[in-house]
Design a protein. Structure first.
Length: 310
């Protein structure tokens, strides 16, 4: 994009609320397409885990018991690992949102002078910032809500296919409204840092560091979905004999002699939801949204001071 194009005065239609939204979408259409592609691909992956992937893993579990989930030559090990990948993708998306907000969304517009030019064309700084945050926030909420709902459905349907341990417990506390609130905090932090740095590269770096600190704090402090402070998530495991009788799980998933002794041919496992889930989810969501509101308020305050000085 040429300098002349960057500094082109906004049209009359761009000064209206609808025009501002169109301008934000046009300026950041690349990021929008990337986000839509991410949501579509991740949703497709979750649907595969709900369907064909789960069928293959369930067959492995029925034939080999939970030894099938740790065997290196079958699809079940892939399924057990792949079950956690959407959680990783959602975390990476939150980082990407913070980087985008700090760099291209805010700092680059200030660095190029596009924002300042818009302010001289009957577009107030506050309205510019409000639109710049509201448009991506809408897409973030819609996309992450869809993925979180699909992920929670996957847990509700096929969590029995996960090898027991701290992994399923951590994942369980990642499937709720806090997962939607987290990238909104990244958006607000990125915007605040972008307004502070006013340069694209420093804003990218500081936004990444700031969100990493938030992520690290969430991972190690109650009530956040930490890996160490969260309560035990109990499970109920049962075994079935060749006659179809349900018995207590003997706990010998990879011991063929033990399996033959108890005539075990398949297993089932059900994770029991923790009573602490919703209190933690709602409290964490409230804290994240409160921090988001504080960051947004600071961003608007900083913008007003900068605009008054300028």
């Amino acid at each position: 994009m040429s300098a002349a194009a960057v500094l082109e005065a906004p049209s009359a239609s761009a000064r209206t609320p609808r025009g501002l939204i169109h301008t934000v979408l046009r300026l950041h259409r690349g990021a929008l397409w990337i986000w839509l592609a991410f949501v579509t691909a991740t949703a497709g992956f979750l649907l595969w885990l709900l369907g064909p992937g789960a069928e293959a893993a369930q067959h492995k579990l029925a034939v080999y018991g939970y030894a099938g989930l740790i065997m290196s030559d079958g699809p079940a090990i892939e399924y057990n690992d792949l079950f956690y990948y959407p959680d990783t993708l959602l975390t990476m998306a939150s980082f990407a949102v913070a980087l985008f907000a700090g760099g291209p969304l805010i700092a680059r517009e200030l660095e190029s002078g596009t924002a300042q030019l818009a302010w001289t064309q009957s577009v107030s700084p506050a309205r510019w910032l409000a639109t710049a945050l509201a448009v991506p926030a809408a897409f973030i909420v819609l996309g992450t809500t869809l993925l979180t709902v699909l992920y929670h459905q996957l847990w509700s349907t096929h969590s029995n296919l996960l090898v027991a341990g701290i992994g399923p417990r951590s994942l369980y506390f990642s499937l709720g409204p806090a997962t939607v609130a987290a990238p909104l905090l990244g958006l607000a932090l990125g915007a605040l840092i972008g307004l502070t740095a006013r340069r694209t590269l420093p804003a990218l770096a500081f936004s990444g560091v700031a969100y990493f600190l938030v992520y690290a704090f969430r991972g190690n402090h109650w009530p956040f979905q930490g890996r160490y402070q969260q309560p035990e998530l109990s499970s109920r495991s049962r075994a079935f004999t060749s006659a179809g009788t349900e018995i207590r799980d003997p706990g010998c998933y990879d011991d063929k002699a033990c399996l033959a002794q108890h005539d075990v041919v398949r297993f089932t496992r059900e994770y029991l939801p923790s009573s602490d889930y919703w209190p933690r989810q709602l409290l964490e969501t409230g804290v994240l949204l409160a921090l988001t509101a504080v960051a947004v308020a600071l961003a608007f305050g900083l913008l007003r001071r900068r605009a008054a000085i300028g």
